[in-house]
Design a binder for this molecule. Structure first.
Ligand code: BV8
Ligand code: ZN
Length: 252
């Protein structure tokens, strides 16, 4: 049963913001960031690999991990959560979708102008001159091979790195600014599918609370912010958001 405050707020709100994390891609079969890794990468800790130090220490291993994740994302399909968020976005005049995820499933579900706080799997760039290398063409990402040499820049020959934000790196200035502005002006703020452990992304919820927004967490598990948000809905993003869509606009 959807909380009437959410239905009323969606119908009345002009400024709605979503902050999503790996949990919204979980139902597409993409392991969340803190899930134990599976298969080939079982004995590697994502937080260890997603660092500049790991890339310096063993670039082919880290590049191979991102190729594996690119292959995973390419073979995955957007799920009900991605589709519901895109459908809500289509119905709200001033809607901002902020994601910590580096996959493109929000875009493939129809969301536009997505704010990627932590970069994107499909946007690699030269370490030297910054030239962007989209989805390095012709590279067959093998799910068996672990180490893959990073490509060389077609402009200056230097090494190409994944276009994501690693731990210890600054977020892209424009994305972070857009996210802060949206959270500070939000009237309804959903924090969905994230453990709210990573900063500064998680602090956006506090900005929304400070702005007096109705804040709604959607997560099957407890994250520790249940006592600070207005509403904590326990459940998977796909089911909960589909229910909200149906209760608000009769969309099934
Ligand atoms: C920075 C890209 C300034 C790469 C990622 C000590 C204290 C506080 C902060 C810090 C600290 N030490 C260092 C820091 C800062 C650090 C940080 O926050 N560390 C944390 C871990 C303590 N942050 C940074 O370094 C950031 N930069 O601060 O710059 C600076 C500069 C120099 C020096 C210092 C500071 C950069 C952070 C960005 C890192 N990059 N990703 C890649 O993907 O490979 S973060 C990574 O975590 C992913 O982006 C992921 O999205 C993100 C957050 O994780 P979640 O999305 O929440 O995923 P998680 O698995 O944790 O949770 C999934 C949730 O889904 C769970 O709650 C689960 O219950 C739920 N779920 C599961 N199934 C479902 C579901 N929900 C709904 N439906 C379902 N079906
Ligand atoms: Zn270059």
């Amino acid at each position: 049963m959807t909380d009437e405050r959410i239905v009323d707020a969606l119908r009345a709100s002009r400024r709605v913001v979503f902050l999503t994390g790996a949990g919204v891609s979980a139902e597409s079969g993409i392991p969340t960031f803190r899930d134990r890794q599976t298969g080939l990468w079982e004995r590697f800790d994502a937080a260890e690999l997603a660092t500049p130090e790991a890339f310096e220490r063993d670039a082919p291993l880290v590049w191979g991990w991102y190729e594996w994740r690119r292959a995973l994302a390419r073979s995955a399909q957007p799920n009900a959560a991605h589709r519901a968020i895109a459908a809500i976005g289509d119905r709200i005049p001033n809607f901002t979708l902020i994601t910590q995820n580096v996959d493109d499933l929000h875009e493939r579900a129809g969301s536009r102008d997505v704010v990627h706080l932590h970069g994107e799997l499909g946007r690699s760039r030269c370490e030297q001159c910054g030239l962007e290398h989209r989805d390095p063409a012709g590279r067959v990402a093998s799910l068996e091979q672990r180490r893959i040499d990073p490509p060389r820049c077609r402009g200056c020959g230097a090494r190409v790195r994944p276009g994501v934000v690693w731990f210890g790196e600054q977020l892209p200035e424009d994305a972070w600014q857009r996210a802060r502005d949206a959270a500070q002006r939000s009237e309804l703020f959903f924090v969905c599918g994230t453990s709210s452990l990573v900063q500064p992304a998680a602090s956006l919820t506090d900005l929304a609370i400070g702005a007096g927004a109705l804040t709604v967490q959607i997560n099957p598990n407890l994250t520790g912010i249940e006592s600070t948000v207005s509403v904590a809905l326990r459940g998977s993003a796909g089911a909960v958001l589909s229910e909200i869509l149906a209760a608000t606009w009769g969309v099934r």
